[in-house]
Design a protein around this ligand. Structure first.
Ligand code: 5AD
Ligand code: SF4
Length: 449
């Protein structure tokens, strides 16, 4: 049955949808696919939930506060739904694949109409049709672990596009919920990936971010990701980035391709998680502190000016303050351009949920703050090197804080604000860096590239 047409046939007049997206870039991309399907069914998009006929919560389960945020907003729109009975509310994404959340929605949030998992986006028209016909709450299960192609994408940005290359994760880091909610690794075909890159390029896109929980195991691992990178580079798209790379899998062949190709950005996100080999073992990360440092040396030997970023978890069960200081030691040695840091959040059903803490929450927080101070100084020092340098900046749009300024990113992914107007949007411009902060740079435009 053609459910897209069926939904169009039973819904009258113009309809609006509001999508809330939480979490990572994969979720952002999933939301763009949901928007594509909704537009095929005749829905326009709105930012105003009060005007929406269909509301989608694309959720994240990585930490407790991500889940809390979803329930908070969900609770706050209950009264909108009460006033507008025909409004349909759907919840999808990682929370939708957790049994305890499904139960909670059944019991406490029974006014949520449809729940569907991360690998059921293509089934949305069928589920919506079923809901419109039956008026019953629909809690669906992912039917398979396959890649589903042919879903139209309605992108948020014309300039930068996320392109998934694989879904799921096989690594089972002991703190992480992702393998449970996104299933086992499966890769898209190179043909489908390249087709999407070329289409985006023809639509004016300048930067592609290849997405996957562990892009280095694309196509089963080995040199497959390096070959894919070469072929994506051959499309001539201006800038290529990729994330995320598990340090245990990143190969010399990938770094060589990065070094050889001008359109692959010299920046790499390489999550460390902890600098203590003892904690890394408990996290099931499959590398040691020394091994990570050797990888970084290898990477810097090919690309000395590479911008490295990382993820760190503070307060993993069993982590003492001396263990935590091993993390500071690695931060001091690698000198990342930026870190994304999190306090450990126990996730239901993961091995780390049952592991015991050895220090208090206060001590964890103190360590966390200490790490931020330590890293901010490094980030500032690294940015200071760029003062008076000329950088190529891909202009993304108007600065949010000052409409006389445009904002964009260097190849190394640093934010740069500079005086300019909207005609520069999507252009790569040469900017001389005049002021330097910890999190962003300011500059003067010197010309187009
Ligand atoms: N608690 C805190 N941080 C987590 N991450 C993943 N799971 C957890 C958790 N349970 C962090 C990791 C990962 C990033 C996306 O989120 O650092 O790399
Ligand atoms: Fe989670 Fe580890 Fe998989 Fe990353 S590699 S998604 S941290 S299990």
């Amino acid at each position: 049955m053609d459910y897209i047409k069926a939904v169009q046939d039973i819904s009258h007049g113009s309809k609006l949808a509001k999508i809330y997206t939480f979490g990572c870039q994969q979720n952002e991309n999933d939301s763009e696919r949901i928007a594509g399907i909704l537009s095929d069914m005749g829905y326009g998009l709105t930012d105003d939930v009060n005007r929406a006929d269909f509301v989608v919560f694309n959720t994240c389960a990585i930490r407790e506060n991500a889940e809390k945020k979803v329930y908070g907003i969900l609770g706050s729109i209950k009264h909108v739904k009460e006033m507008k009975r025909e409004m349909i509310i759907a919840l999808c994404g990682c929370m939708a694949n957790e049994e305890h959340n499904r139960e909670k929605i059944k019991k406490t949030f029974n006014w949520v109409d449809i729940v569907f998992g991360t690998n059921s986006i293509h089934r949305l028209p069928g589920l919506l049709y079923e809901r419109l016909q039956s008026k019953k709450q629909i809690i669906s299960e992912d039917e398979d672990n396959q890649v589903h192609e042919g879903i139209k994408t309605k992108r948020q940005s014309k300039i930068r596009a996320g392109v998934p290359i694989m879904y799921g994760c096989n690594n089972f880091c002991s703190y992480c919920i992702v393998p449970y909610v996104r299933g086992r690794e499966r890769s898209r075909s190179e043909e489908d990936i390249l087709k999407e890159v070329v289409e985006a390029k023809h639509g004016g896109c300048k930067e592609i971010m290849l997405l996957g929980q562990n892009v280095n195991s694309y196509g089963g691992g080995g040199d497959n990701f390096a070959r894919l990178l070469e072929h994506v580079s051959d499309t001539g798209i201006e800038r290529i980035r990729f994330m995320t790379s598990h340090p245990k899998d990143i190969s010399e062949s990938v770094i060589k391709v990065m070094a050889e190709r001008d359109n692959i950005c010299n920046s790499l996100h390489l999550p460390l998680q902890s600098g203590s080999s003892k904690i890394l073992k408990a996290m099931n990360r499959k590398y040691t502190k020394e091994w990570y440092l050797e990888k970084v040396d290898m990477i810097k030997s090919y690309i000395p000016d590479i911008a490295l970023t990382t993820d760190i978890i503070v307060g993993f069960p069993g982590e003492t303050t001396p263990d935590f200081e091993e993390t500071l030691d690695v931060l001091g040695k690698v000198r990342f351009d930026m870190i994304y840091s999190f306090i450990f959040s126990p996730r239901k059903g993961t091995p780390a949920e049952k592991m015991e803490d050895v220090i208090s929450d206060e001590e964890k927080k103190r360590n966390f703050e200490r790490m931020l101070d330590f890293q901010n100084e490094i980030s500032l020092q690294k940015n200071l090197v760029l003062k008076d340098a000329e950088e190529y900046v891909l202009t993304e749009g108007e600065s949010k804080t000052n409409s006389d300024f445009m904002t964009g990113r260097t190849e190394s992914n640093k934010i740069v604000n500079f005086k300019g107007d909207k005609s520069l949007e999507g252009e790569i411009v040469k900017v001389k860096i005049t002021e330097v902060g910890t999190f962003s740079l300011t500059g003067e435009i010197k010309g187009l590239r």
